[in-house]
Design a protein around this ligand. Structure first.
Ligand code: SF4
Length: 403
């Protein structure tokens, strides 16, 4: 049986950043103890004593580092009691550099976390001020140092480019200063201005300039080249990781995020918490967004809706059966994000009993002609993947696989 990835959503932040449209709330920290109790209850209900295998755990947010070590430890205890956690499981936590101390990081390591993803976003004070982040870059340097001292050997740093007023030179400085911290993994995203956020409102009223798409493309291309020169492997459109001498394959560099690879391979995962999504047994589902609604749904202790044997939660408000055709389309859209390994013809055939050529031959041929896709051969298997020029045009490619 396939091993699952487990995602836990922690929807609390000290302050809501101006660009953020994630499911997260500021000023609701008093609900954290009840929320932790609800998470544990949801884990027990969804796991349903089946003890399925789990290959990764990811605490995302929001700001998971707002939870106290004993709260995180109690959730981890529940996960270990209800899932068969693989010995080499990746156990990640997203943290805000402004919210953690050296002692806190030591406790995280003792609880069993082996990877931390820090939301750095920029090294420049003006960018951090505009984004309304609560930290400065000096705190990032200190926090990374403390994480190393605590024993973490797998750190990921998140950055955003294409910010209003951000020059190419300022972005280059951010990336260089971030690489000085020697992270094993980097996630780099272009700013998108979302409706309903303060950024969206300021942009509508002309108070901030919209990001320049040409400049953002230059920033992305410069970062791609600089990171490759610096020894990183781009394994996904927005993600770079260090390889290891122990594992020379560049298709999945050693420090690639195992948890996120599960999403890109379109394999099953369970989501716990307010606003969390899951995909298992051919069903996609998502939970109610509000913290109180989520807690109340779990307090009610209703039996999970048994539309399928496993895994619906009482907090689920949406569920959809994924038919085989949709599963194939999603496998292409997600797998083509993997810039090195793409989608393997053999894996596709084994999973669906049909060849890539039979199902998507027309789309693939068109995209090959446009120099947006290419075939590569590795370990005896053919893989279809984006060409390097298509990495910035990914959405145009993905949509060709969906009617
Ligand atoms: S810390 Fe992250 S999740 Fe929280 S408000 Fe800022 S961007 Fe959103």
């Amino acid at each position: 049986m396939t091993a699952y990835a487990l995602y836990l959503h922690i929807p609390f932040c000290q302050h809501r950043c101006a660009y953020c449209d994630f499911t997260t709330y500021a000023g609701q920290d008093d609900k954290i103890p009840a929320y932790v109790g609800a998470l544990i209850r949801e884990i027990e209900l969804v796991a349903d004593k089946k003890k399925v295998a789990a290959k990764s755990i990811f605490f995302g947010g929001g700001t998971p580092s707002l939870l106290a070590p004993n709260q995180l430890a109690s959730v981890m205890d529940a996960l270990r009691a209800n899932f068969n956690l693989m010995p080499d499981a990746e156990i990640s936590l997203e943290a805000n550099p402004g919210t953690v101390t050296a002692a806190y990081l030591r406790e995280l390591h003792e609880i069993g976390f082996n990877r931390i993803s820090f939301g750095v976003q920029s090294a420049h004070p003006d960018d951090l001020l505009l984004l309304e982040r609560i930290h400065d870059f000096l705190e990032v340097i200190q926090t990374v140092h403390h994480a190393r001292q605590a024993g973490f050997t797998n750190l990921s740093l998140d950055l955003i480019f294409g910010l209003p007023e951000q020059s190419l030179q300022r972005w280059q400085e951010t990336l260089k200063q971030t690489l000085n911290l020697n992270p094993e993994h980097l996630s780099i995203y272009a700013l998108t201005i979302e409706e309903g956020t303060p950024f969206g409102n300021w942009a509508d009223r002309g108070m901030i300039p919209l990001p320049d798409p040409d400049l953002a493309a230059d920033m992305y291309e410069w970062a791609s080249e600089f990171l490759i020169e610096s020894g990183y492997v781009q394994y996904e459109i927005s993600n770079w990781a260090k390889p290891s001498n122990l594992q020379p394959s560049i298709f999945q560099p050693f420090y690639a995020c195992k948890h996120n690879l599960q999403y890109w391979h379109n394999l099953p995962y369970l989501g716990f918490g307010a606003g969390a999504h899951g995909y298992a047994n051919g069903m996609r589902y998502s939970n109610t967004l509000g913290v109180s609604k989520y807690i109340n749904a779990l307090i009610a202790k209703e039996t999970p809706i048994k539309e399928c044997d496993f895994p619906l939660s009482p907090a689920a408000i949406y569920q959809e059966k994924i038919d085989t055709k949709t599963e194939m389309q999603e496998t292409m859209m997600l797998g083509l994000r993997l810039t090195q390994e793409g989608v393997s013809a053999d894996t596709f055939q084994a999973r669906f009993g049909h060849s890539l050529k039979d199902v998507f031959g027309k789309e693939i041929d068109e995209l090959l002609t446009l120099d947006l896709l290419e075939w590569v051969k590795a370990a005896g298997s053919k893989k279809i993947r984006l060409t390097s020029r298509a990495r910035i045009l990914g959405n145009q490619v993905f949509h060709r696989f969906v009617e």
